[in-house]
Design a protein around this ligand. Structure first.
Ligand code: HPA
Ligand code: ZN
Length: 338
């Protein structure tokens, strides 16, 4: 059991969340409520039955259920309600700022208009108790032409999102498949991130950096297999948005005690802790901190480092960033061991 002082520290410290798929925050109860509201029929008879299906063996087995869950989202209000619920939950976890992924192709493929998706999510961010911005992800199992088409559809909404990312099935869909669309996004002034090195090999991290020019790597835990890559990530101060509970549920590591979060920090890498898909992986951001700190040799000094990393790695304006970092330092001023 985590001692009470350390638990209070990780729960109360100001933090940013940089790796959260908004569709992955859709709780089974809300899936059922939206299915009823929209007269959508579900393959599961009850909330409990749906929750029982959340036994994953790898990334793909999760994605199949995650896309099925998202099928209840039809109206702007649905997207608003889902996002507002996450933001309220994040606020309770002392999250001051969130950079939220959304997957428009999951919805446009079902006939939901692009503007319905982005307007609902964006409006909830405007009404939120915390600072929040959006990152539009391309589904890597689809073609680059489809990603280019999505970026085209997004052009009238460039004031509503700050960057683009790459998610969904990793192995067999290397970053270089999306070179042109990332080049185009960069020319539009968008920030760039990509999932790499979750299930995929360290080479995918290298090509996300070298071919796509991403500024942050989502997951990236497999980087430790390649010492040259580790040196590069360290030199360039590339942040890794690590998701401990996700990595256990999707069997990237067998048990939390084998997670490499402490090793990433010891290697001097700017690792952060995030929830990925909290409704599916058994916990929001603070539960990720608690689970990792319970199983690994991490103390108050690591908590402070992780809180600072989360703001340093964020895409907020420098002045706001300095203010958040000062808030972290003030919080830890009363913690002797930090
Ligand atoms: O963890 C993830 N990996 C890849 N794609 C995803 N889409 C939602 N969550 C994930
Ligand atoms: Zn993810």
């Amino acid at each position: 059991m985590l001692n009470e002082q350390l638990r209070n520290i990780v729960q109360g410290m100001p933090k940013a969340e940089l790796h959260i798929h908004i569709e992955g925050s859709l709780e089974p109860e809300l899936i059922f409520a939206l299915a009823q509201r929209n007269s959508v029929s579900l393959a599961y008879p009850s909330v409990e039955a749906l929750r029982q299906a959340y036994a994953f063996t790898d990334l793909q087995s999760f994605l199949d259920i995650y896309y099925a869950g998202a099928s209840v989202l039809l109206t702007e209000q649905d997207f608003y309600d889902m996002t507002a619920a996450y933001l309220k939950r994040a606020h309770a976890d002392s999250v001051r700022h969130a950079e939220i992924f959304f997957d428009p192709q999951t919805h446009t493929a079902r006939g939901v208009p692009f503007e319905t998706v982005i307007n609902g999510i964006w409006r909830a961010c405007q009404d939120a108790p915390i600072s929040a911005s959006l990152i539009m992800c391309f589904l890597r199992h689809l073609s680059e032409d489809e990603a280019l088409d999505t970026l085209e559809q997004a052009q009238p909404f460039l004031d509503k999102f700050i960057g683009v990312g790459l998610d969904s099935s990793e192995v067999g869909h290397p970053p270089e498949k999306f070179r042109r669309v990332f080049e185009r996004a960069r020319a539009l002034g968008l920030r760039l991130v990509a999932h790499a090195g979750e299930e995929g090999p360290p080479d995918y991290i290298t090509s996300a950096l070298e071919v796509l020019n991403v500024e942050r790597i989502d997951h990236g835990v497999r980087c430790l297999e390649d010492p040259v890559l580790v040196e590069c990530i360290k030199r360039e101060q590339i942040a890794l948005t690590v998701c401990p509970l996700s990595n256990i549920k999707l069997r990237v590591f067998d048990v939390m005690g084998e997670h490499n979060l402490r090793k990433l920090l010891d290697a001097g890498l700017k690792a952060t802790v995030n929830s990925d898909d909290p409704a599916y992986f058994g916990g929001y951001i603070n539960q990720n901190f608690v689970a990792a700190f319970e199983a690994l040799p991490l103390d108050a000094s690591h908590a402070k480092q992780l809180a600072r990393n989360s703001f340093e790695a964020s895409f907020i304006e420098p002045e706001q960033k300095r203010a958040f970092l000062a808030e972290v330092d003030a919080f830890f001023a009363n913690v002797p061991a930090a």
